[in-house]
Design a protein around this ligand. Structure first.
Ligand code: Z5A
Length: 208
């Protein structure tokens, strides 16, 4: 039996991690087998690439093309080693970011040629595509306030861009969701945590 592949997308601090943990709890309580994972990451190789992309001093000055290929390399390993096998076993896979993050962060905010981004995305994931993508939409300013409060001043490489970068990310996601209305559901990330949790729970129940 094939499982269900659900991805969560949105700008910094929109509440993806919080909601994924809650949804996982709900689904497991209902007897479902769930794999919770994230990008970049989800494998030993992917976590090492994450370190390089976000924290390692070797990443300073990284060109957008190198950044794109590193995210794609981590994703290819993640799909083959972790996501596809879990789906083949019938699990529900909850993934914090997936290929849409590359479409938006590298293809829109970093302005890498979107045709190249699409080709590399497709090469990395093959036929493994999300069944449902939950976009948690939040004004960039609100998300950045949240992560600055959470991080007590410690921001990684991807969290140190100008506000225009995160505004482009937000608009890019809204445009992408409008182009793919069957796969995307947009939720208002400024709502209370519990309100969002109930909306997501109802959405996923309806898909099961
Ligand atoms: N990136 C890329 O460029 N290309 C790619 O292909 C991929 C990624 C895959 C990964 O960052 C970075 O890599 C990301 C995109 C880029 N970068 N940027 N910039 P990450 O994995 O370290 O972080 P993130 O994905 O951006 O998530 P986050 O910042 O950890 O936020 P979140 O998971 O969406 O939110 P949260 O941790 O659940 O909540 C943030 C805070 O807000 C926390 O203190 C919560 O308690 C609070 N919160 C959550 N929900 C609420 C509500 N509803 N109300 C009030 N407060 C809330």
């Amino acid at each position: 039996m094939a499982g269900l592949f659900i991805t969560f997308e949105g700008g910094e601090g929109c509440g993806k991690s919080t909601q994924i943990a809650r949804l996982r709890g709900r689904l497991e309580a209902g007897g479902h087998s769930v794999l919770q994972t994230r990008e970049p990451g989800g494998t030993e190789l992917g976590e090492s690439i994450r370190q390089l992309l976000q924290h390692d001093s070797a990443g300073h000055g990284m060109v957008p093309e190198a950044e794109l290929l590193l995210f794609a390399a981590a994703r290819a390993q993640h799909v083959h080693e972790t996501i596809a096998p879990a789906l083949a076993d019938g699990s529900i896979v909850l993934c914090d970011r997936f290929m849409d993050s590359t479409t938006i962060y590298q293809g829109v905010a970093r302005a890498v040629d979107p045709r190249q981004v699409d080709a590399i995305n497709h090469f990395a994931v093959g036929a493994t595509r999300p069944d449902l993508t939950i976009l948690i939409d939040l004004p960039a300013e609100m998300g950045l306030i949240r992560i600055r409060q959470r991080g007590a001043g410690q921001l990684d490489r991807m969290e140190q861009e100008a506000i225009e970068f995160y505004q482009a990310v937000r608009q890019g996601y809204l445009d992408l969701a409008a182009r793919e209305p069957k796969r995307f559901v947009i939720l208002d990330g400024s709502q209370e945590v519990e309100t969002l949790e109930n909306q997501i729970g109802a959405l996923v129940e309806a898909r099961l």
